[in-house]
Design a binder for this molecule. Structure first.
Ligand SMILES: Cc1ncc(COP(=O)(O)O)c(C=O)c1O
Length: 290
């Protein structure tokens, strides 16, 4: 595998970062995960916009610039041919003697690698997945895509140990999001997801799904969702760049709705795949792949 590290493309085994990197010492950095299908990075503009926002919120100057990011990501994909892949991109505040306050001068560390996107197994999509509810014990700026993910790691591990694939998090009795996904709930034909604030990540898939639902005139609301709403939902969905839209059919071991992925989920996933293929089709022919 060829990765990108600080301006160079090199084999993963040769990519080395100092133990004094502030990402390693403090978790002082941010990241993005950008999916690509048929060689085309999907919703790249939105991912780059969020990347710039994360950098700005942690007061780290953009080390590459718009065309730098695009050129590097495209080149990395060319160097790692294959099927559907995601790019993991991480930027930290660089290498410096350990001190919490920002160093006077450092160069950001920029790392990117290509990882395969495992398509959901058809039976997973067909049956849905299990999730558990846990208290949201993360920090107060979950809108920043920070690499500091210990609370998310512990929540996901608890879910896995209970035979579920995701932890759905509650703060003060209200839904925030999943440990690595945004969450939608459906009652009847009404779809709801929590509004954006500092407590959740502005998911790129969340926005894409909201636009899709609004375009289909489906009643959809960004509003507070209580634990009782989750427990009485007809459908619960997880959204993320790699999960796309996944139905949760068991919550804390109890069936969600009738215990099978519901009709609103099915219709939305079909619409998502169509919109995705349209967006990719346009880019594939622009790039001359088609
Ligand atoms: C905490 C959290 N929320 C939401 C998401 C979904 O974001 P996106 O749709 O941009 O992948 C992720 C993605 O991994 C995440 O880690």
């Amino acid at each position: 595998m060829t990765v990108f590290l600080n301006g160079r493309y090199l084999p993963l085994e040769q990519a080395k970062v100092s133990p004094l990197d502030r990402g390693f010492v403090f978790g002082d950095g941010i990241y993005e995960v950008i999916p690509s299908y048929q060689g085309v990075l999907f919703l790249l503009d939105a991912h780059l916009e969020r990347l710039r926002r994360s950098l700005s919120e942690i007061r780290l100057p953009d080390p590459m610039g718009e065309s730098g990011w695009r050129g590097m990501l495209e080149h990395l994909l060319e160097l790692n041919p294959g099927g559907d892949r995601g790019i993991y991109l991480q930027i930290t505040r660089g290498v410096a003697p350990r001190d919490h306050a920002f160093p006077a001068a450092t160069e950001a560390t920029v790392f990117a690698m290509v990882t395969p996107i495992k398509p959901q197994r058809p039976e997973t999509t067909a049956q849905g997945v299990g999730a558990i509810l846990l208290p949201d014990e993360r920090w107060g700026r979950c809108d920043i895509k920070a690499i500091t993910l210990l609370a998310n790691v512990l929540a996901r591990q608890t879910a896995v140990e209970q035979g579920a694939i995701e932890a759905i998090l509650l703060r003060d009795g209200r839904l925030t999001e999943g440990a690595a996904s945004n969450v939608f709930v459906v009652h009847g034909d009404v779809v709801r997801t929590p509004p954006l604030d500092r407590g959740i990540l502005p998911g790129i898939t969340r926005r894409f799904v909201l636009d899709l639902l609004e375009g289909h005139s489906r009643p959809v609301f960004e509003e507070a969702i209580l634990e009782s709403d989750l427990r009485t939902a007809d459908e619960i969905w997880l959204t993320s760049s790699t999960k796309e839209i996944l139905a949760v059919t068991r919550l804390d071991g109890q069936p969600v709705g009738v215990g099978r992925p519901g009709p609103v989920w099915r219709e939305t996933l079909d619409g998502y795949q169509r919109a995705k293929n349209d967006a990719l089709g346009a880019r594939v022919s622009e790039n001359g792949y088609g």
